[in-house]
Design a binder for this molecule. Structure first.
Ligand SMILES: *Cc1c(COP(=O)(O)O)cnc(C)c1O
Length: 341
């Protein structure tokens, strides 16, 4: 059950969902009703599960677009019930992460959700809070989460309620706890060919290869004399004569501003160039003094390979203390998504 929320982690939700549909995928996860509507309006069929909150004013969209809503807790089940028409749902069980879901130790409240006549219960799921480490205490916690979820389902069976579909795992769970695969796995970041960090991606026995490259163009090349500066705040000062390429990408496209002033790197003509000065909204400056022949129109690679070198979303994330998920999901809507098969 691929997770295509946040525009498929920046890859383009419609593009990715269409491609996956061609491979026979028949169930998707999104975060919000508007993401579900976008997929339906673009012809995506099958189950579309909304993992997050939908305001009651938008409940009619759930029916109009045949979207499946997550039941967040027993109070939310009542709101769905009061809507007065049948709504397809999966019930979220909070087994210890304490984000969305009815608490697994509130069995009577969960039982009440299953008795709501307007809820067409197609499944139930839980989500792990720390399935990404192998410390014994984290392992014990995750196993306790799985057991709490399974105990709820067993109790429901005893009372005559069979839950059609069950799911527990996201990407890290698929790696670390494949025994809990159940009916679906909600695969997000791994689907896009990496885990949240480069170290995890390297350690993971599932062979992962990044799906996405991020490329832009050199708009122009500028010669700076020694002592001249460039960019906002005049942050970059040329110590000697320097050649600066102006790239057609900025923080509005999701290139983090934290990569300013020498932190970030790009590949041009197979060589690495340092980001200099401050990343702007629509442009970024890089020092190409050491790269011969850089011209207006050249390709600059921010994520991807060139001349045997590779920059990854994970390495970019590492440089600014975040995770690949954040880098990818913030890629801007101005970037053109092109499918290369
Ligand atoms: C985002 C999300 C996922 C996907 O997580 P990844 O770690 O990217 O695989 C799965 N389940 C829920 C409930 C989520 O919110």
């Amino acid at each position: 059950m691929p997770v295509v929320k946040a525009d498929a982690y920046g890859h383009g939700a419609v593009l990715i969902a269409r491609e996956l549909s061609r491979y026979g995928v028949k169930a998707f996860c999104v975060a919000s009703v508007s993401e579900g509507v976008e997929l339906r309006r673009n012809g995506i069929r099958g189950l579309i599960l909304i993992l997050g909150y939908t305001h009651p004013e938008q409940f009619s969209l759930l029916r109009r677009y045949r979207l499946t809503q997550t039941v967040l807790d027993s109070a939310y089940a009542k709101e769905l019930q009061v809507f007065g028409k049948k709504i397809a749902v999966h019930v979220a069980i909070d087994s210890g992460m304490h984000r969305l879901g009815e608490r697994s130790d509130h069995f009577e409240d969960i039982y009440a959700i299953f008795r709501c006549p307007n809820l067409v219960i197609q499944g139930a799921f839980t989500h792990f809070g720390n399935d990404d480490t192998d410390s014994p205490s984290d392992k014990a916690f995750t196993l306790a989460q799985a057991q709490a979820f399974q105990a709820v389902l067993a109790q429901l069976e005893e009372r005559g309620y069979h839950c059609p579909k069950r799911h527990l795992l996201a990407s890290y769970g698929l790696w670390n706890y494949p025994e809990f695969a159940a009916d679906y796995v909600r695969v997000g970041i791994a689907l896009y060919g990496m885990l949240s960090t480069g170290a995890d991606t390297d350690r993971c026995p599932i062979p992962l290869r990044p799906v996405l490259s991020l490329k832009t163009r050199v708009a122009m090349v500028k010669e700076l004399r020694a002592g001249e500066s460039a960019g906002y705040g005049l942050d970059f000062v040329a110590d000697t004569e320097r050649r600066i390429a102006v790239l057609t990408i900025g923080y509005a496209d999701g290139l983090p501003r934290a990569l300013s002033n020498g932190v970030g790197r790009v590949l041009i003509r197979g060589c690495e160039a340092r980001i200099v000065g401050r990343v702007c909204m629509d442009q970024t400056l890089v020092d190409v003094t050491e790269i011969p022949g850089v011209l207006s129109g050249d390709t600059a690679v921010l994520i991807g390979s060139s001349g045997g070198r590779e920059l990854t979303a994970c390495s970019m994330a590492d440089q600014i203390n975040t995770i690949s998920n954040e880098i990818l999901s913030r890629l801007g809507k101005r970037l053109e998504r092109i499918l290369i098969s």
